[in-house]
Structure formats: C-alpha cells, structure tokens
Design a protein around this ligand. Structure first.
Ligand SMILES: NC(=O)c1ccc[n+]([C@@H]2O[C@H](COP(=O)([O-])OP(=O)(O)OC[C@H]3O[C@@H](n4cnc5c(N)ncnc54)[C@H](OP(=O)(O)O)[C@@H]3O)[C@@H](O)[C@H]2O)c1
Length: 323
C-alpha cells in the first residue's frame, strides 16, 4: 500500500485509491442528497466512490461525477468508481444487462470496479428483494463460477476495468480461485470490517492470494434500524478509540479509518455531512504506533452490524462464524 500516493496496486495492474467514499444513505435521505454529498466528497479530495445498483442513487452519483469532470475539477481517469451486481442478476445471462443498466444511469462508458454484491442469488425479476406469498425471501440457485465468467466477459468488453466480489467468505472465494480456466482473479473482497470485527483471518487469506480487502461499515455502520440490532455497541463510543483519538488529537472516526490503512485494508467512509466528509480526509495526516495498532486489534469481538439482512437461514449466507 502506497500511503504517500494514497493508492494500492490491484492484481490486474489497476490502482485503487485506499480511501473510498461510501454513498449508501438510508432511504429516508432526501433525493438529491447523494449528488450534493458526492460533489462535496470529490471537492474534499475523495477519488474512490463506492455505490451499487441497489442503492438507487447511481443517477445522482453519476451526475455528481460528470459535473465535476465538466467543471475541470477531475478527469474521468482520476475517479475510481465501484458499482455492484445485485443478487437478482447473478444468472450469467443477466450480468451484462445489469451492468449496462448501471452505466446508463451513471451515464458513464465504464466503471472502474464491478463486484458481485453478495454470493447469495435471489430469484430474478423486478423486485430487489423477491418474496413469496408468506413474505419469505425467494432464493435462486446459480453457480457463482458461471456468474464470474460473465463478469470476465464484461471486463474483456471494456465495460469495467476490474472485477471483484463482496461479502464472500473464504470458501466462496476459493470456489472462484479454483475454477478451471479462471481468466481473472477477483481483485478485491469488500466486507464488513472494523475494530469490533477485524476479519484478520479473511484478511490474511486475501493477502496470500493478492486480493485486496475493502472495509465497509468501518465507522460502525449507519446503524440503520432495518438491519442493525440497535442494542449492538456503538463503535465510535469505544473508550480505546476515544483514548487514541485524544492521544493523536484526532477523532475516533479517524482512528478507525487509519487502523484499516495501516493493516493494508482499503477503507470506505460514508458521510453526508460536509464537515465530517472533510474530516475523514485527514486520515492521511497522522500515524498510529504499533502499540496503538495492538490496542485496536484487541477490540475484536465478533460484532457484526449487518445481521438482520435477508439470508441468515441460507447455507451460502456469508455472515457466519466461518470466515
Ligand atoms: N458491500 C456491501 O454489502 C456494503 C454494505 C454496507 C455498506 N457498503 C458500502 O460501505 C459504505 C460505508 O459503510 P456504512 O454505510 O455502513 O457506513 P460507515 O462508513 O461505517 O459509517 C457511516 C456513519 O458514520 C458517520 N460518520 C462519518 N464520518 C464520521 C466522522 N468523521 N465522525 C463521526 N461520524 C462519522 C456517518 O454519519 P453522517 O453521514 O451524519 O456523517 C454515518 O452515519 C456504504 O456507504 C457503502 O458504500 C457496502
């Protein structure tokens, strides 16, 4: 990880900025907010922008990127934009049309990174979360290797520079890595990762395969009532984070972000607030000592914020004790 250049080389030769701006805001957030917030993030210096088809904000985020390009603030090649293939599109014939839908909303020619959002396939159709007459989520059976081959074709077609996965455990990553005739390895695995769930085993495995781990919910998530248990501990209130923040004259959020960079993890930070968006860029301005890092490693306690998502009963559900 080159912290001076603020980027990391992926296993396919492209570079990813190590700090990314997370665009997922709750559905209560006013329309137009993603555009305004993404513009603020680009102005503050963020060059890596993380979104997804399912966030329903790609029109606004694309508009923000294009307007900053039009204003001469950035060039297209300065921006690293990630989109994600939603779970209802995992059948191979649905992959390219799904990516094209995102590109159309974004009004961009390519995305820098396209990742399988989740390894659990859902029944294809218009519904984001298809349910049966009893309200039960309807899954689909798709061979992830076939999905992966469709992603490889999107890369060959120039619609995406790099391809990767999200919410994959080691077993699911190995399925792709051991696929006969694999053309491109996943460049990354984007997973929940913060001091309370530091993913050290998965991180070691990813590093051994030259796969970058990208951390989401690195600040403890937005604590959305729909899928975060409200009795879970609030990460940024942690006393160790607080003490380190005091020691370095920074904030607990900056300590949590810096922790990831110093362990070779690319980190996402979501904020819709101008002051905090700017603050998060200060992650490059200080360093944690090895004792600080050890103290942060000691906070690991298997707290997963995203637990109430749709698939806990599914055998492919990645959010288990298994890493
Ligand atoms: N692949 C996946 O399945 C997946 C799942 C979840 C998220 N993600 C991605 O990861 C991104 C980030 O994760 P996340 O949405 O869970 O949120 P997060 O980055 O862990 O935390 C965001 C929360 O922290 C607050 N915050 C931001 N900067 C702060 C600061 N300096 N001091 C104090 N509080 C601060 C934000 O509030 P304000 O907005 O009020 O500042 C927000 O409520 C998402 O936006 C999305 O792009 C991916």
């Amino acid at each position: 990880m080159d912290l001076k250049r603020r980027c990391l080389k992926l296993n396919d030769g492209h570079f990813i900025p190590v700090l990314g701006y997370g665009t997922y805001a709750t559905s209560e957030a006013p329309k137009g907010k993603p555009e305004e917030a993404t513009k603020l993030a680009i102005d503050a210096g963020f060059r890596h922008i993380d979104s997804a088809y399912v966030y329903d904000n790609e029109e606004e985020v694309g508009q923000a990127i294009r307007s900053k390009i039009a204003d001469g603030i950035v060039k297209r090649e300065d921006i690293f934009y990630t989109s994600k293939l939603w779970a209802t599109f995992l059948r191979p014939e649905l992959v390219r049309p799904a990516l094209e839908k995102s590109l159309k909303k974004l009004q961009l020619d390519y995305v820098d990174l396209y990742i399988i959002h989740n390894p659990m396939a859902l029944k294809p159709g218009e519904e984001i979360l298809p349910t049966d007459e009893h309200g039960k989520v309807m899954f689909d059976t798709v061979d992830l290797c076939a999905t992966w081959e469709a992603l490889e074709k999107c890369k060959d077609a120039g619609l995406v520079k790099s391809i990767g996965v999200s919410n994959f455990n080691r077993r699911q990553l190995e399925r792709i890595l051991n696929k006969p005739g694999l053309k491109y390895k996943p460049v990354c695995n984007q997973v929940e990762c913060h001091p309370y769930l530091n993913q050290s085993k998965l991180l070691d495995f990813c590093k051994s395969k030259d796969i970058v781990l990208v951390a989401y919910s690195a600040l403890g998530s937005t604590r959305d009532k729909r899928w975060v248990d409200q009795s879970s501990p609030v990460l940024l209130d942690d006393p160790v984070l607080g003490a380190l923040a005091k020691k370095h004259k920074r904030t607990p959020a900056l300590i949590a972000l810096r922790y990831q960079l110093q362990r070779g993890v690319v980190v996402l930070a979501k904020s819709c607030n101008e002051k905090r968006i700017k603050e998060n860029m200060q992650v490059f301005e200080f360093q944690l000592t090895s004792d600080d890092m050890k103290a942060l490693d000691g906070l690991n306690r298997n707290v997963r914020y995203f637990t109430a998502a749709y698939g806990t009963g599914n055998p492919n559900y990645p959010f288990s004790e298994e890493y």
